[in-house]
Design a protein around this ligand. Sequence first.
Ligand code: UD2
Length: 309
Amino acid sequence: MAKVLITGGAGFIGSNLAHALVDENDITIVDNLSMGKKENIADIDVHFCEHDVCDTKFMHQLLSENNFDYIYYLAAVSSVADSVARPLETHRVNQESVIDILEYIRLKKLPIKRFLFTSSAAVYGNLPDFPKKETSHVQPLTPYAVDKYASERFTIDYGRLYGLPTVAVRFFNVYGPRQNPDSPYSGVLSIITKCMKNNQIFTLYGDGSQTRDFVYVGDVVRALIKVATDTNEPTVYNVADGGETPLIDVIHSYEDISGKRLKIEFKETRNGDITKSKADISKLRGIGFKPKWTLREGLKQYWAYNLTI
Ligand code: UD2
């Protein structure tokens, strides 16, 4: 049984990862519940520590008392808008806490098998390269993107310079069960789901023609486990579906699946919103990963889940 640490493990992606790993692994979760929820992990047997990853004293003690095999680093302030409003505070979470852990692992020579950092498609910014490859130019336009990019590079450099077993991924638009819809910058499908369920009006910024590479969280979890366990290089992988769908088309499919009509109010495009997004996932496919969930199947599963809660 491997010992696994998931920071941000009570959050959306982290809790789905914990559910997938719990039967065969001994799992510790660190989460300050800023976006995560205890209910997300209430039905699984994990060691839960309600702590901030910036509490370095606590984190060092946790690492020295447990010989973790795998560390999945998902803790972050995931709101881009929040990083623009509070750049220094979010920097501490999104970058300093990551370097602190890497440095502790290096200095104490902790015998981990893999440290996986989760970065974001935000690092690509608004450049025209399309679809986005891991080798495409980056243009981190916000403190969030700068911190994700820097932490990702630190993670890779700790592998290249000091031989730590590290790797990183860049998430595109992940959706599915347990995504928290409570911020205006939450994933759009979590907001749409909430609006559909409660017959609320959904504000669509723009005309709905903006495209995204939507990837179901079940596939994201499979990709995370594969990258952490089946690769060796300190490098970065796009984690996405590799498809590109206009937002309005997603809404229509979702209406079709749920049998509900979404009330839409159209507003001006959000400042800084990108018009097109799509990943090239050939690097991920190259390690044997294939997305299992079509957008339609993912939406069906997500809607079915929402009817149970
Ligand atoms: C995603 C990430 C963000 C950052 C960015 C980099 C999520 C939740 N966010 O932002 O962290 O990495 O990619 O490019 O994964 N929308 C509406 N109404 C709403 C909410 C959203 O119309 O109430 C639109 C929004 O303007 C955008 C699209 O839906 O055009 C997707 O929005 P999003 O916030 O889910 O994701 P995105 O790609 O803007």
